[in-house]
Design a protein around this ligand. Sequence first.
Ligand code: ASP
Length: 342
Amino acid sequence: MTSSRLVPAGVARNWPGMTWAALGMAAAIAIAAPVRGHAADAFPSKPIVMVVPFAAGGPTDVVARSVAAAMSKSLGQSVVVENRLGAGGTVSASYVAKAAPDGYTILIHHNGMATAPALYSKLSYKPLTDFAFVGQVADVPMTLLGRHDLPPNSLPELVTYIQKNQSKVNLANAGLGAVSQLCGMLFQKAIGVDLQAIPYQGTAPAMTALLGGQVDVLCDQTTQTLPHIKADKVKLYGVTTVDRIQALPNAPTLREGGLKGFEVKVWHGVYAPKGTPPAVIDKLNGALRAALKDPAVAARLQELGAVIVPEDKQTPEGLRTWLAAEIDKWSPIIKAAGVKAD
Ligand code: ASP
């Protein structure tokens, strides 16, 4: 067979001055184009990895596993959760930003995607431009907790106690750059104290330390804290949302307890690496939306105090605009507070 037989007739006719090497490359591109389209049609043909930035068993992990299981059903392939811990979620985000843009490696992350640019002076990715957006998932309130035998019984009592015992009280968090760190930072700022911070690599180990009485105070999501609050294993000082929450109707908000304007709510988004084909993003988004309609997911999330976002936020554009607004909201607050994670 001569090499001329490998060149499609149309290519040779349209490009009479081309070298054989260039013609060969053009032919390869012509043959590869429909394969790429076919690859998107066939997606997914193998398991998808959903990267979670915090410890297994923690709040982000709980949301991720409920959604991943339901997405697996509609995609016909497993969506496997992989926990990649470290640096307040930036280890995971950086890993996914650099992964192959084929839809087989995706990220679920929370507010940390918006706070990292202000918290870290060296960030190896740009949240708004290094990812393709799949959609938002659910919002989760936070709770301000103390260890079971911490003396104060209400938020005003806690504030007075901390102000008197500043050097003795410590504040756990789920890692530098975690939302629990942000919540703790805002709490300290609101009451004018500077406590010793004890960072963990996610809420699961931070909560274990609180339950074991090794740390005094922790602010974290209901998806982790609710069962322990209901079992009376920790002291609850309030919820971080503007209004009281359905899952804990008797718990006052921190605002009611005297912390004016206090609000922290955890939101979640699903991302893929920049350059992931739009047809693949469509399939991932369809699976995400189907998961959020799944009654088992809705029941599980509701039971843990999470609220599935409205449909317009479950879209790529819904996530992108929200992330941009959150970066604009938190960057000046973090800078003004002088907090750095690195
Ligand atoms: N709740 C943690 C945070 O505050 C993260 C986690 O463990 O899911 O960011």
